[in-house]
Design a protein around this ligand. Structure first.
Ligand code: ATP
Ligand code: MG
Length: 781
């Protein structure tokens, strides 16, 4: 016995209900933030299964993150029970991987293909630049990859790019694209953009495959439709549009799936990844006879927060005016703070959170701190550590990007897919086993001469011209080890067991255990964590967003290694948000505005509201970019349910130099009477706007920014330098310290004594620094 109609429609207003029960024509739900779009989509799925008797396997729902998918699936299961488990609720990428695993051979891939992430892509593109002998000053792998990504999002393959190249620069880019794609293919690997493009190409080239999926998915539902790119749009179109080109004209016609998309054009913030706002604006043209439903009541925020959001976004041109209202009452006024510098800003945030928790009004877990770029998290982290504020950073250096985790995964990937040479080369001599660059060059030469993969060449290393006997012995030992491990994988051994064996057999664990670098202790902990992740997966491969029980029953998804790797490869930034444990008062969440999409928090701090920071310097002279930044501000403000804080710093040190940024223009766009400024005298000081319209790339210091020293900043700088030598902290190797500009570090070694003591400190990505403690601004933690 399923839920009753009343239960399924409970807690929905009229237009929301209409969207849930709608039948037939494509449906567009457009509405502002917090109006219940995601709630409607979730309920509709439950309705389809429970009331319209749709088979759960015939439902495809797309969300923006794996985490959102897992939550949606859980909610639907709560409503209609376990049988909902076999629906596909996932990101575009996960859905495409699942299709491609089954159909890869049609595209000339093996179904065990690897999925390359940004770091793998960069390594591969660097190889391509070497192959093509490109001038590294003119052609950077990052820029080439960005271009390639745009091509793929537009569904343009290397042939299209080559054909349309209009000048030497574009010809070179197209050549790099061609070579990059060839290398991916050789490695039996796909990058993220390929996942979508290849699925579209698959459907184009094999109408019968497309029809299989058109028959299967009778209901397609898409959240955050405003951020779909052209390739994703094409995919939806192939599944849901009227299909005039059926492969067999005499066969029974496949009716298009019922499509529902929900979104908000004002929240489109991924243009830099190819998202196309036209997809939502043109929906009614793209899908003739579409129905649209408008939602106008907001259930998330107080009226004060909504008015602020509406007022900011109202400055964008050419948008459809929306009347978003809330009956939650006015609530608290917005609190504004003008900080002296970024450290003062972080201190303010920390103190305010303390106040809120002391009053018992909120728990740390209710609070989110947003900023424009990842690098801004560091100061918050440092201050929070000092004040003992529990926190979690979403994004930034992610668990799966740490060196030891990547090494371990490279081992596993290479076992599943030996053609994956990025992984194979990564671990060939890690830990060191005497297979140096010269040996690698000899094996390479053999691979090229005999046109075999790098792995094949390793296996036939005895034929490699010029290979030293000692290296040959080492290589043969390595090959024997890998083959032994591969036989475990072939036998279907569990992912965690394989991982533990790999770490032991490869000597990786011993290498870390024997090291006296204190960082290696953390590395061991991270590997233990990875084993735990693998064990959890092996014990319940169904838990999580991309599991398909029909596949498990058919033996396609097993607790084995390949499926584990796939799960790991698809973990997105926002999937690291800590799950709320009701027992616990939770931790403050730090994240960029981009990762905050779709989420909500009772208390939100929107920080760094300065022209040149937010809006980003890149957008200052560019109308479309500025409008995109404004949408980002709209997303940020509308995440808040009860309290919103906004702040800016008068001086901010970026790239080591203090700069004065004027207040963000978005601040001027807020109604004055809604904001309670804590320090008005400083707020009124408007510094001259720097000219940052020079079109510099994201994240780079601008010449203008560097020139933008005011006399005050120079004085502040001089004062800092003239500071008297401080008390010398007594340190031991292994101690954790905080440095004013390098941040957190671990003491590795000490030399000298008294006034002359020098410490070597490992600051992670900043490197190991030798510092004279008498002067170095370090503090022992
Ligand atoms: P965003 O644009 O930010 O993605 P959204 O439109 O998807 O927002 P939801 O996240 O679905 O909005 O809903 C916002 C909040 O309002 C949620 O906490 C949700 O549970 C609540 N909500 C939605 N509809 C109703 C309703 N009819 N009655 C009470 N609460 C509702
Ligand atoms: Mg939503």
């Amino acid at each position: 016995r399923g839920p009753s109609r009343e239960e399924l429609l409970e807690g929905l207003n009229e237009p929301q209900r209409a969207a849930v029960v709608h039948e037939g024509a494509p449906l567009l739900v457009v509405a502002g933030a917090g109006s219940g779009k995601t709630r409607v989509l979730t309920r509709r799925i439950a309705w389809l299964i429970s009331e319209r008797r749709a088979h759960p396997g015939s439902i495809l729902a797309i969300t923006f993150t794996n985490k959102a998918a897992a939550e949606m699936k859980e909610r639907v299961e709560d409503l209609v029970g376990k049988r909902a488990r076999i629906m596909w609720v996932s990101t575009f990428h996960s859905a495409c991987v699942r299709i491609l695993r089954k159909e890869a051979d049609k595209l000339g891939y093996k179904s065990n293909f690897s999925i390359y992430d940004a770091a793998d892509q960069k390594r591969l593109m660097t190889l391509v630049c070497n192959d093509l002998d490109l001038d590294p000053r003119r052609y950077q792998p990052g820029a080439l990859l960005h271009w390639v990504s745009n091509q793929k999002n537009e569904l343009r393959d290397p042939e299209d790019a080559t054909k349309d190249a209009r000048n030497h620069l574009e010809e070179t880019y197209a050549a790099a694209y061609t070579a990059y794609q060839r290398r991916l293919r050789e490695a039996n690997a796909l990058d993220f953009d390929d996942l979508i493009m290849s699925t579209v190409h698959l459907f184009q080239a094999f109408p019968e495959v497309r029809e299989t999926y058109r028959r299967r998915f009778r209901h397609v539902l898409i959240d955050e439709y405003q951020d779909t790119n052209h390739a994703q749009y094409a995919l939806i179109h192939q599944l849901c549009a009227d299909d005039p080109e059926q492969s067999d004209p005499d066969a029974e016609r496949v009716e298009p799936a019922e499509l529902m998309v929900v979104g908000d054009a004002d929240q489109s913030i991924y243009a830099f990844r190819g998202a196309n706002i036209r997809n939502i604006l043109d929906f009614e043209q793209d899908f003739p006879n579409a129905t649209s439903i408008l939602l106008e009541q907001n259930y998330r925020s107080t009226q004060t927060i909504l008015t602020a959001a509406n007022s900011v976004i109202g400055h964008n041109k050419g948008r459809k005016e929306k009347r978003l209202w809330s009956d939650a009452g006015d609530g608290e006024r917005i609190v504004g703070y003008v900080a002296d510098d970024e450290r003062d800003e972080a201190r303010f945030v920390s103190e305010e959170i303390d106040k809120l928790t002391d009053e018992g009004a909120h728990r740390p877990g209710d609070v989110a701190v947003f900023y424009r770029t990842n690098a801004q998290s560091r100061v918050f982290e440092e201050v929070f550590i000092r004040t003992g504020m529990p926190y979690k950073v979403v994004g930034g250096v992610r668990f799966y990007e740490r060196r030891e985790v990547r090494d371990a995964l490279a081992y596993l990937r290479m076992l599943v897919n030996p053609a994956d040479q990025v992984s194979l080369r990564r671990i060939l001599n890690t830990p060191k086993r005497g297979i140096g660059d010269r040996a690698v060059a000899c094996v390479n030469a053999l691979a090229e001469r005999d046109r075999i993969t790098f792995w094949e060449a390793l296996r036939r290393a005895q034929d490699a011209p010029g290979l030293a006997t000692r290296s040959l012995t080492q290589i043969q030992g390595f090959v024997a080890m890998v083959e032994e491990l591969q036989s475990m994988v072939d036998a279907g051994e569990r992912a965690d067991v394989v991982l533990e064996t790999v770490l032991a057999r490869s000597g990786y664990l011993t290498w870390l255990e024997e090291s006296d670098d204190p960082q290696d202790e953390t590395r061991l902990e991270n590997l233990a964590e990875l084993v735990a992740v693998a064990r959890e997966f092996a014990e319940d491969p169904l838990a999580g967003p991309s599991a398909d029980p029909t596949d498990v029953e058919a033996g396609i998804v097993a607790p084995g290694l390949a499926d584990f790797l796939e799960r790991v490869a698809l973990v997105a930034d926002t999937d690291q948000i800590p799950d709320d444990d009701p027992e616990d008062s939770g931790v403050v969440t730090l994240m960029t505005l981009h990762t905050a999409k779709g989420l909500e928090f009772p208390v939100v701090f929107l920080t760094g509201l300065e022209d040149g920071v937010f809006p980003h310097a890149r957008a200052l002279g560019d109308q479309p970019e500025l409008e995109e930044e404004r949408r980002l501000a709209y997303v940020g403000v509308t995440r808040a349910r009860e309290r919103l804080y906004i702040s800016r710093a008068v001086v901010r040190s970026a790239w080591g130099a203090p700069s004065h940024n004027p207040g963000s223009r978005f601040l001027d766009e807020l109604p004055v009477d809604l904001v309670d400024w804590r320090r008005t005298e400083a707020a009124q000081t408007r510094w001259s706007r720097p000219d940052l319209s020079g079109g510099q790339r994201f994240g780079e210091p601008t010449a203008a920014g560097r020139r933008n020293f005011s006399a005050a900043a120079v004085r502040a700088d001089a004062a800092a330098r003239a500071k008297p030598a401080r008390e010398i902290p007594s340190l031991e190797p292994g101690d954790r310290v905080l440095h004013d500009s390098f941040g957190l570090g671990t003491v590795v070694a000490l030399e000298g004594a008294g006034e002359k003591s020098v410490a070597s400190i490992d600051f992670g990505s900043e490197g190991v620094k030798r510092l004279l403690l008498r002067y170095a601004p370090v503090e022992k933690l």
